[in-house]
Ligand binder design. Structure first.
Ligand code: SF4
Length: 383
């Protein structure tokens, strides 16, 4: 029997071929029953559209589910098919991504749609190996699309699944290729074989989603809810596993200018475009930054905290009131900014919703009641 046949046979029988200490079949059954009873009703679940699965998987990377829900639905309304996205311009795509952060994802999604449209007759490929050839589609995303959208028997190994497996196997957090390979092997042993079937539905896709859901709802990073866990009997840790020291949060204070002016009945706000070659959020619009010396002794009109990966930004926004048509005369901060910066632009507040704003700019403008769009919760931001 060849290696691949042995693996498939072990999967089918549920034998503990990977030395896990429990039967894969028993694990799958318990997990599956729990998932059917407890899965959250999320808008991307149960949809039969590989493009929608792709979009949701990209949006969910490093962004909270609650934040993604609105954005996902709005994005699909505006770009309902791969073709609609492929012919969109980047500014429109970034504008719809505003608030989700990590804007590189939006750009690579757009490039991916253009690639599929151009090279694959507008249809996403069905296998993990071919999905990996798309721009911005890594191992995780390819496995998620291949299993959830097409029923391929491949394991998804994100942070949630990794935590569940480490705890079930009684292992501490480990770095390195060898430790990763062990988790990949076990994750793969647990995935049901075969594509969609009439009796089981999409067994591999459901299993992967169940693993991620278990990590998100029960086997959470701190104080896991073990008594509610469907695989508690098989778990060697039954609690938090040993982790390395986490990076400490840094703090930074940053200041921005809020400059408003009247143009007829319209109110306009001054924004700065980030450089095209900037390493983060290139080409996006934000409030003009102010140097610390410029704001000494002044009181901000808004203070907020904004977290990006390991940094807490304490943001202060300073204003000099609404300017008349006469320009910056008498507005010291605005004079300073216009002398220092070149890529400034006035945007009508009624058009802010269609602009590629950075997450922080969007958050500040919403708090200042300058945007018509409903507020969204933004936890993570960056590129
Ligand atoms: S028993 Fe506890 S630690 Fe183990 S998998 Fe379940 S929730 Fe996680």
């Amino acid at each position: 029997m060849k290696a691949g046949e042995k693996q498939a046979a072990a999967k089918g029988s549920g034998k503990d071929a990977a030395g896990m200490g429990f039967s894969a079949l028993g694990f799958r059954r318990r997990l599956g029953m729990w998932y059917r009873a407890n899965a959250r009703a999320l808008p991307w679940r149960g949809v039969n559209d590989p493009y929608a699965t792709w979009l949701s998987e990209i949006m969910l990377q490093q962004t909270r589910v609650a934040t993604v829900i609105d954005r996902y639905q709005e994005f699909l309304r505006r770009f309902p098919t791969i073709h609609d996205l492929a012919v969109a311009n980047e500014e429109d795509v970034l504008a719809l991504w505003s608030g989700l952060g990590y804007y590189r994802r939006a750009r690579t999604l757009l490039r991916g749609a253009q690639f599929v449209e151009r090279e694959m007759e507008g249809k996403l490929p069905r296998s993990l190996a071919k999905l990996r050839t798309l721009p911005g589609v890594g191992e995780y995303t390819a496995a998620a699309i291949a299993s959830i959208a097409f029923g391929e028997s491949v394991a998804v190994l994100d942070g949630n699944v990794e935590r569940v497996l480490l705890r079930v196997l009684g292992l501490p957090e480990q770095k390195g290729a060898k430790a990763r390979a062990r988790l990949v092997e076990v994750a793969q042993r647990l995935v049901p074989a075969g594509r969609r079937s009439a009796t089981e539905g999409n067994a591999p896709g459901n299993h992967n989603q169940a693993m991620m859901e278990l990590g998100a709802l029960i086997c959470v990073p701190r104080q896991p809810l073990c008594p509610e866990c469907p695989v508690m009997e098989m778990c060697r840790t039954q609690g938090e596993h040993a982790t390395g020291t986490r990076a400490r949060m840094q703090s930074r204070t940053v200041s921005y200018l809020l400059a408003l002016r009247k143009r007829g009945v319209a109110t306009e706000v001054l924004l700065e475009r980030r450089a095209a070659e900037a390493s983060q959020m290139a080409g996006m619009l934000e409030l003009p930054g102010l140097p610390p010396a410029a704001v000494q002794g002044r009181e901000p009109v808004l203070r907020l905290r904004h977290a990006i990966t390991n940094t807490n930004y304490y943001v202060q926004v300073f204003s000099e009131g609404v300017l008349s048509d006469g320009g910056p005369a008498g507005a010291a901060l605005l004079e300073k900014i216009t002398a220092m910066k070149t890529d400034l632009t006035w945007v009508a507040t009624s058009k802010l919703g269609q602009q590629p704003l950075t997450g922080l700019a969007r958050k500040a403008l919403q708090r200042l009641n300058l945007m018509a769009l409903p507020r969204v919760t933004i936890e993570l931001q960056g590129d």
